[in-house]
Design a protein around this ligand. Sequence first.
Ligand code: ZN
Length: 133
Amino acid sequence: MKVLKIDHLGIAVNSIDEGKKFWTEALGLELEGIETIEEQKVTTAFLPVGESEIELLESTSPDGPIAGYLKKKGPGIQHIAFRVADIEAALKELKEKGILLVDETPRKGAGGARIAFLHPRSTGGVLVELCQR
Ligand code: ZN
């Protein structure tokens, strides 16, 4: 499998309006669009940084995965996303290597990306997202 780059860092926030302030006002990053992914009960905002992006994640529902994360750990880095050339091939290869997959097949992510998560139990505690754009 070919990992092309760190695509983005996913950061859980209580609200994008509040959570974006450090990134836009202190660091001067530009917010490039907000999108709600209903299936995942999340609204995302992307702030490009060179070749990568910061992805702010706000829950749309108290029973969504981001709401659960915030309850347990509070705001902060929730996942790291790597861009791969071929997400199906990557998932197949990782499964063969015994890596636990949260998603056996890719699902729809923000910005038309296809994404899949790997289980933190197999990655040293990091929620890893693979994405193909
Ligand atoms: Zn992500």
